[in-house]
Each structure stands twice: as structure tokens, then as C-alpha cells.
Design a protein around this ligand. Structure first.
Ligand SMILES: NC(=O)c1ccc[n+]([C@@H]2O[C@H](COP(=O)([O-])OP(=O)(O)OC[C@H]3O[C@@H](n4cnc5c(N)ncnc54)[C@H](O)[C@@H]3O)[C@@H](O)[C@H]2O)c1
Ligand SMILES: *[C@@H]1O[C@H](CO)[C@@H](O)[C@H](O)[C@H]1NC(C)=O
Ligand SMILES: *[C@@H]1O[C@H](CO)[C@@H](O)[C@H](O)[C@H]1NC(C)=O
Ligand SMILES: *[C@@H]1O[C@H](CO)[C@@H](O)[C@H](O)[C@H]1NC(C)=O
Ligand SMILES: CC(=O)N[C@H]1CO[C@H](CO)[C@@H](O)[C@@H]1O
Length: 743
């Protein structure tokens, strides 16, 4: 191992402090070893993100390294085992509002290209942990790269509505070829060090301990012409000839349009890459800088940056996670019920490395449950997401049982049996008997009141809802449902588990449908109301899909199945009679054995491959439903504009979301944004349900709903929460305190 020897007279560690902005956000450190290699370390915890301060300091360190006679070569690395997580995302807001706007090209041309890549001394990036976004772009500007086999390298910028802005669109294709570069950039998918090496993105691999040492040697080898001194920007050997490149780009454009027809920035990214190939990398760099500036201020970028922070903010719950509580160790989890839900939850847990006990009522059901888990895992093996070896390991974490004997040392139980109150009450009484006193008692119930379930037992502070979405091992959201009695410790514990099993948690209160299903109940309801008054089922679904939802309300009802749809409908009618629209359309279809996709007939007809097509017969059912309701066709609603359809379907959803906030079911508006995106597939580039609503304005939404409630009834009536914000013209995301302060 290389020991850095420092002589205080010769070697001065340099720390830059540029405080032009409020506070200092990171810096670089430079140390020069006896071998004459300057090691520049990026320091900005937790992920060494590239703030303006870091970038300025990086330039200064490079300038100094080039100037100093005792420096022969340069190594760039990141502090504490992480190269860099990329451009500081929290600085986006400042850039968008032009608080700090550096001149275009200051970073990508002046620093990355003309300072780092053009330095008269060779530089090597030593990459451990992660080199993402701007981090990888800095690394690509060095003359060579070494990484650890497990480091993550990628350009995830498109996920944030922008394109790589520090030369990534130009250098990545030149290092790994166009096809692979497009794959990495368009899918925002990082590659591991090992793969990066096989692609030519890095020039060698090293263990974390040898990394910097080997990088220094490599830098000196480059200086001594034993290894090539390469500027990535001018490499051409990996780049396809222009004609071939144009074909690849054409294909990529078609793919991008198909995958996300509403997104513009992936196409801009492809254009910028093409500009560099056709007119040279320097031109490409300037195109990239221009496009970056424009995209940074786009609605998609603002929305996606909001989502980035909102997603990380769901696990911050006032009054719960700010008390200094430490999550307790959970080493073993029991699951009751090996049905669709139970086996999905078990799969999610073993994927998170938790040993699981699965209890069923008899051998037959137990076998079926275990087999479902097996099938879930096998499908991952098939997709290449899991090795055969890890499959065996995962299966060994499950133990099937028929009694409560092995519940004596479990730390958490998740109940996922059929929805039957007296059965669930019996189960919770048994659990209290068999499980240790600290054990968390969770239920996957969607419709039954948790307080009712816990009524018969003493340990109500241990009861919590864990509402997974189906299929539980695939869907990313977990609603953690607390009652008034649930202890903060239990919530902190479940938050910790949800992260380990890679779910995004939202903590919600107890109400019919919790946050997601309650907010989206009016989605189908509004559709039914419009159809009974003359709108077209298939047009509604088309417009809503074009807006960005994975499915319109009718295709979704088919997927869920009318049995479930009617059952949940009843719940809502009971709990919110003032605003449920009672249509007979779904019951009429159900009566005729058209119960949705599983019966191959619902609003659509389904072929062998479950492809949906419109059914001309549907209009007969619509007419029948109409005559039962006694409503007549409104000519205005037969020729709605797309904008009207979108608003008439989603404003009732927004209205219900406002009630969810008003009742304290969700603790903050951003949590509902994430719930809508991860629970219902609301398009993230619109920022989530409330963020989108606020882009239209509370006043506008209120006035539209008010008008429709006069025309079409209570269903549209704007709630008090919405009214209070509309009156003052302030956002729906404004808290009660914020509304008060605007008096
Ligand atoms: N510049 C880019 O184009 C770009 C795009 C996506 C992600 N990233 C970076 O990659 C990192 C890892 O991504 P992930 O999805 O695995 O996230 P993650 O949630 O795993 O993030 C890891 C850590 O980064 C912290 N973090 C969050 N926001 C940050 C910010 N603005 N600046 C610095 N640190 C922040 C988090 O608190 C967390 O501890 C992100 O934190 C982000 O800095 C950069
Ligand atoms: C869970 O809690 C433990 C402490 O009990 C902590 O060490 C760990 O980092 C937490 N995990 C996550 C994913 O937050
Ligand atoms: C609910 O569970 C109880 C207790 O196990 C049982 O007696 C009853 O028949 C069940 N009810 C329904 C509707 O399945
Ligand atoms: C829980 O939700 C149910 C159904 O809406 C309701 O009847 C009950 O009062 C709620 N309990 C609490 C404590 O909020
Ligand atoms: C909300 C929820 O997931 N409920 C499920 C609990 O588990 C049973 C048994 O698998 C399902 O039938 C419920 O739908």
C-alpha cells in the first residue's frame, strides 16, 4: 500500500472557502505526495455533490496543481468512499429563479473541458461508491479512470427533466459507443464498476484500499507515456460513423416517443448528442449548455425535482421522527395468510433479507402460498434480476407453519387474511397471546377499521396498518396507517423496515380508503357521471392516458374487477354519501357476467393476450344505466374538449385530496404527490396531484368545481379546505398556519 508521506514544509493541504452564497457548501482538498501526484478530494457530505462552491474549488485546485512545479500528475477522488453524487440538486431552485446563474458553459467548457481535460498534467479519476451525473462527467474529463468493481456510474439526469450538462452527452458516446451511451442516459440506469470496465468507461478496476494508490501509479504511467494520454472529448474509435449513428439515433427517438410521449427532454438529449457527432464535440458542448439552460426552467424539471425531494421527505413525520427515537432491531417477521397479498408481502420481505414465517390454515393453502413466493422469485430469475444462487438463499429465508409456536420470537406480524372483522379480531387476540410483548402487530386491511380490529385487545399501541399495493413485491408504495393509539416507536420501526424492503412509505391516518384509494375514488366516479350524461367511455380513457396515467378510469375498473369495485364503492357510499355518484352502470355489467378483465368482458373486450378493445354493445348498458338514474344526455358533455375531460376527472380527485389533508389523514401535501405517483401512476413529470393542481391555481380549480356543482350536483362541490385557499389565491399545499398568516 502506498503511504502518503507529508512534509509540512513542502505539502500544504489546501482548503478553499468561497462563500459567495449563503453558507459554504463543500470544497475540495489537495494533497501532494512525495511521488509528485496531487490528490484532489471532493468533500461535501453525504454524497460529495457538486455545489458551485465545490466546482469553484475544484477549478482552483486544478489550476494550482498545474502551476506548482512539485506536481507532476493529478488524481481526483471523493471523500469517505464516494466519488460524487452529481450536481447539487438543492441548487436547482436557485438556478431556476436566477438567483445564481453562472454564464453558460462556465462549468462544462471552462472548468470541465478547458481546465480539467486540457490540463498540461495527466489526471486520473479514482472512483469508489458512486459517480453519478456531474460526478461521472468530471471523471470522464480526466485522462483515465479507475473504479472499484461495485461503484455505481451513471448519468441519471433525465430522471430530473434535464440532460447531462457537464459534457456527458458528448463524452459518454465517445467512451462507450453510441448504443450503450443512449441506453445508460435514456434509461437513467447506472452501471457497476465491473460493467463499466468491460464497456471501456473505466480503464481498470481496483479494491477500495488500492484505488487511490493505483490511480497515482496510472497517472505517472500516463506521464511517462507507458499508458495513453487520452482526452475523452476527442476520442473517435468507439463512435459509429455518421450514417450509422443517425440510424441509431432515429431508432432511439422513436423509442423515446413511444415510452414517454409527453416528455420533450429525452428528444432534446438525442438532438444534442447528434449535434456533437455531426458538427464536432466542441459544438456539441455548446449545444448541450444551451439546452441545459432551457430545460432547467421547464415544468417537467421543476416537477421532477419536487418529486425527488418529496420522495425523500415522506419518511419525515412531525411529532414522530423528530423525537430522536431509534428504530428497534427487527430480525424475524411472521405473516398470516399466504394469499396473493400475503405471499407478495413475504416476497418483499425476503428480498429485503428478513427471515419470514408464513402461517396458513392448512397444508394445502400453505403449499399454495409458498409456491406463490417461489413463482414471484422465479420471475425475477427469469428477468435476470436475481441469480439462481440468490434464489435458493431467498427461499431458505421462508418457513411455512400451521400454528403459532414459532411466533414466540417474532418482532413483527403482518396479518393478510380475508376481510372479515370477527376473524381478524380473533387473530389479534391470538397474536397478543403468542407473540412477545414488543412485537409489532400490523394488518394489511384495506377497508376494515383498525380500531375495530384492535378493540378486543389491550396492546393497541402496537397495532398499525401496513397497506401494500398489489402485487406487493412489485408496487413501490407502502401506506403505514396509524391509529390514535399507535406509538411513535412502532411507526419509526415500520419506516425503517419499509426502507430496507425498498418501499416508499407514507404515514397516513385511518379513514376509508386511506390516502390513495380515497383520493382516487372520484376518478372512476367522475367518469361514470360524465358517461351517464353523454360522454364516451373510450374517449375519456384515451384522453386520460394521453395526460399520462397508465390507465383511464374504465380500463382500470376492468383491471381491478367489478366485484372489488362494487364492494369498495359500497364503503364510500356509506362513508361519504353526500358526494358519491350512484351509477348502475357497473352493477348492470356485472349482472351480465361482465365483471372486468378476468371475465374477458367489462367496459372492454379482451382477447387471448388480454389486449383490450372497445365493445359496440357497451352503449346498450350505458342507456339502461342512464334511464335508471333518470338523467338525460347533456349536449355539452357529448363534445367535451380534452382539457375539460382532464379537469372534470381530476379536479374531484384534487378536491378529495384536499379533504384528506384537511382531516390530517396525510401530514403534508407532498406526501399526497408521492402517493398519487407511486400508488396510482400519476405522471411524475407533473409533480403529483397537489403540485399539478397548484400549477393551475386554487382559484381556478375552485371556480370550475363550483360551476359544475351547480350544473351536475354535490359530487363536484368544492370542500372548505379548497375554498379557504382559493379565496386568498394561495396554493393548496399551504398549511393551516400558512393560510392563517395570510389573513
Ligand atoms: N445530478 C444529477 O443528475 C443526479 C440525478 C439523480 C441523483 N443524483 C445524485 O445521486 C444521489 C443518489 O441518488 P439516489 O436516488 O440513490 O438517492 P438516495 O436517496 O439514495 O441518496 C443518497 C443520499 O443523498 C442525500 N441527498 C439527497 N438529496 C441530496 C442533495 N440534493 N444533495 C446532496 N445529497 C442529497 C440523501 O439524503 C441520502 O442520504 C442523490 O443524492 C443525488 O445527489 C444526481
Ligand atoms: C434501521 O435502523 C437501524 C438502527 O436500528 C439503522 O442502523 C439502520 O441504518 C436503519 N436502516 C435504514 C434503512 O434506515
Ligand atoms: C368470519 O369469520 C368468522 C370467525 O372465523 C366466521 O365464523 C364467519 O363465518 C366469517 N364470516 C364470513 C362472512 O366469512
Ligand atoms: C377510523 O376510520 C373509521 C372509518 O372511517 C372511522 O369510523 C373511525 O372513527 C376512525 N377512527 C379514528 C380513530 O380515526
Ligand atoms: C388491503 C389489502 O391488501 N387487503 C388484502 C389483505 O389480504 C387478503 C388476503 O390475501 C386480501 O384478500 C386483501 O385484499
Amino acid at each position: 500500500m502506498r503511504i502518503l508521506q507529508f512534509e509540512s514544509s513542502e505539502t500544504k493541504a489546501k482548503q478553499s472557502h468561497h462563500s459567495t452564497m449563503a453558507g459554504n457548501r463543500g470544497h475540495t482538498l489537495m494533497e501532494v505526495g512525495r511521488d509528485g501526484v496531487a490528490i484532489i478530494t471532493i468533500v461535501n457530505p453525504p454524497v460529495n455533490s457538486l455545489s458551485f462552491d465545490v466546482l469553484r474549488s475544484l477549478k482552483e485546485s486544478f489550476d494550482e496543481a498545474v502551476r506548482r512545479d512539485d506536481v507532476k500528475a493529478i488524481v481526483v477522488t471523493g471523500a469517505k468512499g464516494k466519488f460524487s453524487g452529481g450536481f447539487d440538486i438543492s441548487a436547482f431552485g436557485g438556478l431556476q429563479e436566477a438567483k445564481e446563474r453562472p454564464k453558460p458553459g462556465w462549468i462544462s467548457v471552462e472548468i470541465i473541458t478547458d481546465t480539467i481535460e486540457a490540463a498540461r498534467k495527466p489526471s486520473v479519476a479514482a472512483i469508489d461508491g458512486l459517480a453519478l451525473g456531474g460526478g461521472l462527467e468530471v471523471a470522464m474529463a480526466c485522462n483515465a479512470r479507475l473504479s472499484t468493481p461495485t461503484a455505481q456510474l451513471g448519468l441519471p439526469e433525465l430522471q430530473l427533466g434535464i440532460i447531462p450538462g457537464f459534457g456527458g452527452t458528448q463524452r459518454l458516446p465517445r467512451l462507450v459507443g453510441l448504443t450503450k451511451a443512449l441506453e445508460i442516459i435514456l434509461a437513467s440506469k447506472p452501471v457497476k464498476g465491473k460493467e463499466a470496465f468491460s464497456l471501456g468507461l473505466v480503464d481498470g478496476l481496483a479494491s477500495p484500499n488500492d484505488l487511490v494508490n493505483n490511480a497515482c501509479k496510472l497517472a505517472l504511467d500516463i506521464l511517462g507515456h507507458r499508458r495513453p494520454w487520452t482526452a475523452s472529448l476527442y476520442k473517435t474509435d468507439k463512435l459509429e460513423p455518421l450514417g450509422e449513428a443517425r440510424e441509431i439515433l432515429k431508432f432511439a427517438r422513436a423509442q423515446a416517443r413511444k415510452r414517454a410521449p409527453n416528455l420533450h427532454h429525452p428528444l432534446v438529449c438525442i438532438d444534442v448528442i447528434e449535434a456533437g457527432i455531426a458538427a464536432g464535440p466542441r459544438t456539441g458542448l455548446w449545444k448541450e449548455a444551451e439546452a441545459f439552460e432551457v430545460l432547467l426552467r421547464s415544468d417537467a424539471c421543476k416537477s421532477l425535482v419536487h418529486v425527488f425531494f418529496a420522495q425523500r421527505g415522506t419518511s419525515k413525520v412531525p411529532g414522530v421522527t423528530d423525537r430522536g427515537l431509534v428504530p428497534r432491531q427487527v430480525t424475524k417477521v411472521a405473516i398470516l395468510g399466504g394469499g396473493l397479498m400475503g405471499s407478495g408481502i413475504a416476497t418483499a420481505l425476503i428480498l429485503g433479507n428478513y427471515p419470514v414465517v408464513l402461517k396458513e390454515v392448512n397444508e394445502k393453502f400453505l403449499d399454495a402460498g409458498i409456491n406463490r413466493i417461489k413463482a414471484n422469485l422465479q420471475s425475477r430469475v427469469k428477468k435476470g434480476k436475481m441469480t439462481k444462487e440468490n434464489f435458493e438463499k431467498a427461499m431458505s429465508l421462508v418457513k411455512g407453519v400451521l400454528d403459532y409456536e414459532s411466533f414466540r420470537d417474532v418482532d413483527m406480524v403482518i396479518e393478510a387474511v380475508i376481510e372479515n372483522v370477527s376473524l381478524k379480531q380473533q387473530i389479534f387476540a391470538d397474536l397478543e397471546k403468542y407473540c412477545p410483548p414488543h412485537c409489532i402487530l400490523a394488518s394489511n386491511t384495506s377497508t376494515i377499521d383498525l380500531n375495530l380490529i384492535g378493540e378486543k385487545i389491550k396492546s393497541q399501541d402496537r397495532i398499525v396498518g401496513a397497506h401494500f399495493f398489489s402485487p406487493a413485491h412489485v408496487m413501490p408504495l407502502l401506506e403505514i396507517v396509524r391509529t390514535k393509539q399507535t406509538s411513535p416507536q412502532v411507526i419509526v420501526d415500520v419506516l425503517n423496515i419499509s426502507k430496507k424492503i425498498k418501499k416508499t412509505p407514507v404515514v397516513v391516518g385511518n379513514c376509508t380508503g386511506f390516502a390513495v384509494n380515497r383520493m382516487f375514488f372520484p376518478y372512476t366516479q367522475a367518469g361514470l357521471l360524465l358517461v351517464e350524461r353523454g360522454a364516451d367511455v373510450y374517449q375519456i380513457d384515451r384522453v386520460i392516458t394521453k395526460f399520462g396515467m397508465p390507465m383511464g378510469p374504465f380500463r382500470l375498473a376492468d383491471l381491478v374487477g367489478f366485484g372489488v369495485a362494487i364492494a369498495t364503492g359500497m364503503q364510500f357510499i356509506q362513508n361519504f354519501p353526500d358526494r358519491t355518484y350512484k351509477s348502475m352502470l357497473i352493477p348492470l355489467l356485472q349482472e351480465d357476467k361482465r365483471a372486468g378483465e378476468t371475465t374477458r368482458k367489462g367496459f372492454y373486450l379482451y382477447d387471448d393476450k388480454r389486449k383490450a378493445s372497445p365493445d359496440p354493445e357497451l352503449k346498450n348498458y350505458v342507456e339502461k344505466a342512464r334511464s335508471i338514474s333518470g338523467v338525460s344526455v347533456d349536449p355539452k358533455l357529448t363534445k367535451l374538449q380534452e382539457k375539460d375531460i382532464i379537469e372534470m376527472i381530476f379536479f374531484p380527485v384534487v378536491n378529495e385530496a384536499c379533504r384528506v389533508l384537511d382531516e390530517g389523514i396525510a401530514v403534508k401535501a407532498a406526501d399526497l404527490d408521492i402517493s398519487a405517483i407511486m400508488g396510482m401512476g400519476f405522471p411524475p413529470y407533473r409533480g403529483g396531484i397537489i403540485f399539478w393542481a397548484d400549477s393551475l391555481g386554487s382559484k381556478y380549480i375552485y371556480s370550475r368545481l363550483e360551476k359544475w356543482s351547480e350544473l351536475y350536483g354535490e359530487f363536484f362541490k368544492p370542500c372548505a379546505y379548497l375554498a379557504a385557499r382559493a379565496v386568498k389565491g394561495i396554493p393548496l399545499s399551504a398549511s393551516v398556519e400558512q393560510v392563517k398568516s395570510r389573513m
